[in-house]
Design a protein around this ligand. Sequence first.
Ligand code: ZN
Length: 109
Amino acid sequence: MNTEARNDEFQVRSEPLQALTPAQVLRVYSGRPGCMCGCRGNYYCQNDGDDSRGEKKSSAMVTKVLRTLQAQDVVFAGERDLDGRAYVFADVGARHYVAYLVAGVEVAR
Ligand SMILES: [Zn+2]
């Protein structure tokens, strides 16, 4: 897949991690390491979000995971998922936390 071409499909807005708001987060993941299919954790979307992938609806969890990521010294950003969405990832204690951002938003490097 040519990610460069995908990136050109929409205007990308770079935000510093600390400036991201919950409204800019499409869905989040919280779970134990090893597998991210959902068997070791959960995906959450906004209360009014698209749960067609089996996400639980919880705007509170979306906010909690975003704030957890923003509190870390080291997060991984700059990568995109298969849909071309930017995401932010960190290991915190014994859990993986991931925030997948809405289209057109990425974390400034
Ligand atoms: Zn699994």
